[in-house]
Design a protein around this ligand. Structure first.
Ligand code: BES
Ligand code: MN
Ligand code: MN
Length: 458
């Protein structure tokens, strides 16, 4: 038996422990955006430090102005590639709690899926690489390459501290390729390598009117209602077809390459099934593009949250004093989030109704990314995935954002592999997040084969 198939057998024999350890990690409620969870976020980092330490990696907990990062590395290997595995141990908030079938931080297996916040995004996916590397080292065999891990606690809040610290960490993070498992397969049974992600720009728009809520009988009609003003401003940004109306918004948008459109058209796409899986009668979006094109390679505008006036039981007839909206744009190469902020302010200035004051605060911004599909690491990943999943991966882009990824490309000058083991119905950011147990184990196997394949590139 070859070393590599013996290794896969050993990994398979440890499947139960692998899942058990993931369950332990998922119990820690590391919600990065929730200031009352500060200690638990740190606890999740400590859990990982212990895991790496017990497998003999050199590990360091790096404090930031926010949540800490975990940096770990295996021994150097002369003349072999260096891979940096990046991921995040922080998770999204869990509301609405009453929609969870089992509580978000009590990991539960049902129908072959492990349910918990963070199961697929991203603790479960991170752990596929952690297990493959820790078990390799525990077997006493040397790895054929050097692997570094950078697992941070602020991805879900925009990775701003990591972005700031990246230049000074350049030498320690030096690598030939970043490997990230924080995305998905194309569909059940069809694994994928993701070579592009959209960027993002998020804002909060606030509209202020009278100095307090007013009786809408006595004052309605005499003042601008801030909630209505906000609606006017929001609807000025997008037309009925989903086309964004901010002047200049599409100026730098990189069009899809004809061969990309051809390749994507060969993927099995079923709009009706896509619509019914998410409970809508029909899909919606910019004319002239397929659903995958719109999700992966076209920029968008979304309202993520809308707040004003009376939201409690019954009727309360008021003109609210304020209204606010959390909004976001998904960006594609070569749009610049900072430039968008300027365009957005100008546009809102032109569309703000009289009688209100408005302000906007910019939150996270990150550009879209594209990876080199011809890199030697892509070929290695294709082989690894085919061996572990029994099916060759397709090349796709995805619509989500990993804010730090273009910074890695720019600062570390490395290649990039996005290898997602999740499924589109894993409910990331939603109630009942899950990770299919089988995909967790196949991810561990694919990871182990990947180290073999990349080692052979030496
Ligand atoms: N894992 C996701 C990114 C992702 C989503 C990649 C879907 C591929 C497909 C990541 O954890 C995430 O949620 N990122 C945020 C970033 C934001 C909070 C700055 C996102 O995309 O909204
Ligand atoms: Mn993620
Ligand atoms: Mn996420």
């Amino acid at each position: 038996m070859s070393d590599s198939s013996a290794r896969l057998d050993t990994l398979a024999n440890s499947a139960e422990r692998h899942l058990q350890e993931l369950t332990e990690w998922l119990r820690i409620p590391s919600i990065s955006s929730d200031s009352s969870r500060h200690e638990q976020v740190a606890e999740a980092a400590d859990w990982l430090v212990k895991k790496f330490t017990s497998a003999g990696l050199k590990v360091e907990l790096i404090p930031t102005e926010g949540h800490p990062m975990v940096l770990a590395e295996t021994p150097e290997v002369k003349n072999a590639p260096v891979v940096l595995v990046y991921g995040h141990y922080d998770v999204q908030p869990v509301e609405p709690l009453d929609e969870w079938i089992s509580p978000p931080f009590e990991p539960t297996v049902r129908d072959g899926n492990l349910y918990a916040r963070g199961a697929t995004d991203d603790k479960g996916q991170v752990l596929t690489h952690v297990h493959s590397v820790c078990d390799w080292l525990s077997s006493g065999q040397p790895l054929p390459l050097q692997i570094k891990f950078l697992i941070e606690g602020e991805e879900e809040v925009g990775s701003e501290n990591l972005e700031r610290m990246l230049p000074q960490m350049r030498d320690r993070l030096a690598c030939d390729c970043v490997v990230i498992s924080d995305s998905g397969q194309y569909s059940d049974g069809q694994p994928a390598i993701t070579y592009g992600l959209r960027g993002i720009a998020t804002y909060e728009l606030r509209v202020d009117g009278p100095n307090q809520d007013l009786h809408s009988g006595s004052f309605g009609g005499a003042v601008m209602n801030p909630a209505i003003g906000l609606c006017h401003m929001l609807s000025s940004m997008v037309d009925q077809n989903g086309r964004i109306k901010i002047p200049g918004y599409y100026d730098n948008v990189r069009e899809l390459a004809p061969n990309e459109r051809d390749q994507w058209n060969q993927l099995p796409q079923d709009d009706q099934q896509f619509a019914s899986a998410i409970g809508v009668d029909e899909l919606f979006g910019e004319q002239g593009y397929t659903t995958d094109e719109r999700r992966w390679a076209r920029p968008t505008f979304d309202i993520n949250g809308l707040t004003s006036g009376h939201q409690g039981e019954g009727v309360k007839t008021i003109v609210p004093a304020t209204a606010s909206a959390k909004i976001s744009f998904r960006l594609v190469p070569d749009q610049d989030p900072n430039h968008l902020t300027e365009q957005l302010k100008e546009h809102l200035q032109a569309h703000a109704p009289p009688g209100i004051r408005w302000s906007i605060t910019a939150d996270h911004g990150a550009p879209g990314m594209l990876a080199d599909t011809e890199s030697r690491f892509m070929a290695a990943a294709r082989n690894a995935i085919e061996k572990a999943f029994g099916v060759a991966p397709v090349l796709i882009r995805e619509g989500g954002s990993i804010p730090i990824v273009t910074r890695f490309q720019d600062v570390l000058k490395c290649d990039c592999l996005l290898l997602g083991w999740g499924l589109s119905d894993d409910n990331a950011h939603s109630p009942n997040e899950k990770f299919r147990v089988q995909d967790f184990h196949r991810g561990i196997q694919a990871s182990a084969v990947l180290w073999d394949e990349i080692g052979q590139l030496s």
